[in-house]
Ligand binder design. Structure first.
Ligand code: URA
Length: 438
């Protein structure tokens, strides 16, 4: 089957057979399909779309392009959560040890790709643990402590890595079937028994509109199930920063404070516990989401989730006292400057995407894949919708490497926030849709 014939068929709007998609992806993996052909295929998909069957076939072909993990030796379900990315999203750092503490196993491999303003930083790989590990080590760490959060590996679904790199430079990232197949091929290769998807909605989300987010959620669930992976999606609000912090080490610190009970921001708690309860129920760890919630709350309160987090960090080569002495191990930025607005009132609207851009400009995210990330920088004490601002209450504290970076971030933040005399009449609840069992 010639690649150009497969591309032509897609271009002309005829659905491809599974064997054709499989041949194209095999060719891509082997280096026989050229970059130009892969880009043409992606662009043809942009214009003609894919049927659910085609998307399942693409997902399975990309899954089979590399190794797949097998977990038969474990005594509990293998589960994972994936987020479409959002500002301040440190849910993974809390959810993985929580699920481990109630009997699940979580091999969490963080997302790929260059930073986008929707997800400028990967706090999940910012802890002082070694997150670049071989798959064998990942399996050992998960078996030992119940969870491991590690960086992307080229060993799982390498065809997705190749296609994504080409999509990234050919304006073909934001194509739903390709996004779905990209996310799910890696999850299937990781050998999961169930998956919960956190699909973000709002000004800081990859897909800001609720209709687009709903369509993505529905496709993810349908294609995952079509490929044999039980999956549920929850739509969560991204019209404000999730929690109080955004930026790598600051988010790790917030997750530690959450797990140890020092500080738990309510919306972060709601999102994390809702996703974890859906996952626990889907994976058979609890009979209902309510029963799961009770188990999860107990694991937070009795310290067992915190203990799982500490064990994961230590087993991955990080410090054994990270939870007790986070300030010893998490690097701090040299400067902290308040982003004070020159008006008084209530936060009415936040352009959350601009917060992401501010973090990237501070050095906390990448503009090119090869860029280094400054884990120290970011935002803390970030306010939400309806919070009061005045000269003593800044919108956020900027953590920066130098004065010029701090000033630029402050300008961006001030322009991103709309303040009014009254609180906004309605604020979106942290869970937008999908919390109930279906
Ligand atoms: N994340 C992925 O892993 N793949 C995509 O295509 C988009 C987001």
């Amino acid at each position: 089957m010639l690649p150009q014939e497969i591309i032509k068929k897609k271009r002309d709007g005829t659905p491809l057979a599974a064997a054709e998609i499989d041949a194209f992806i095999r060719g891509l993996t082997a280096g026989e399909v050229t970059e130009g052909q892969a880009a043409a295929f992606a662009m043809a998909t942009y214009f003609k779309g894919m049927t659910p069957d085609e998307t399942v076939a693409l997902t399975l072909a990309m899954r089979d392009s590399g190794k797949t993990l097998c977990w038969q030796h474990l005594d509990g379900p293998v589960l994972d959560k994936h987020s479409t990315g959002g500002i301040g999203d440190k849910v993974s750092l809390i959810l993985a040890p929580l699920i481990a503490a109630i009997g699940g196993y979580v091999p969490m491999i963080s997302g790929r790709g260059p930073a986008t303003p929707a997800a400028p930083s990967t706090s999940s790989t910012a802890s002082p643990a070694n997150t670049r590990v071989a798959l064998e080590r990942l399996q050992e760490v998960v078996a030992e402590g119940g969870c491991a959060i590690v960086g992307q590996t080229a060993e799982l679904a390498p065809a997705d890595g190749r296609l994504y790199a080409i999509r990234d430079v050919t304006a073909t990232v934001d194509i739903r079937p390709l996004i779905v197949a990209s996310i799910l091929s890696k999850k299937l290769a990781a050998g999961l028994g169930a998956l919960v998807m956190d699909v973000k909605v709002g000004s800081g989300a990859f897909l800001p509109s609720i209709e687009e987010a709903r369509r993505l959620a529905a496709d993810l669930v349908a294609v995952a199930e079509g490929a044999g992976l039980p999956c549920r999606a929850v739509l969560t609000d991204m019209n404000r920063c999730l929690g109080h912090t955004a930026g790598n080490a600051l988010e790790v610190r917030e997750a530690i404070d959450f797990l140890t009970g020092r500080k738990r921001e309510q919306r972060l708690a709601t999102v994390t516990l809702t996703l974890a309860a859906r996952l626990a129920e889907l994976g058979g760890l609890a009979d209902s989401a309510d029963a799961a919630l009770l188990m999860l709350q107990r694991a937070l309160d009795d310290g067992s989730a915190a203990e799982r987090f500490q064990r994961m960090v230590a087993t991955l080569g990080g410090p054994a006292d990270l939870l007790d002495q986070p300030e010893r191990h998490l690097a701090a930025a040299p400067l902290r400057r308040p982003a004070a607005l020159d008006v008084e009132g209530f936060v009415q609207r936040i352009d959350v995407r601009a917060l992401g851009l501010a973090i990237i400009e501070l050095g906390g995210g990448r503009t090119r894949p090869e860029d280094a990330i400054d884990h120290r920088v970011g935002l803390s004490d970030v306010l939400g919708l309806g919070d009061r601002v005045d000269k003593d209450r800044p919108f956020a504290i900027v953590h920066a490497a130098d004065e010029a970076d701090a000033a630029r971030a402050i300008d961006r933040l001030c322009a991103a926030v709309t303040v009014g005399a009254e609180p906004p009449s309605s604020a979106m609840s942290p869970i937008v849709e999908g919390a109930a069992a279906s």
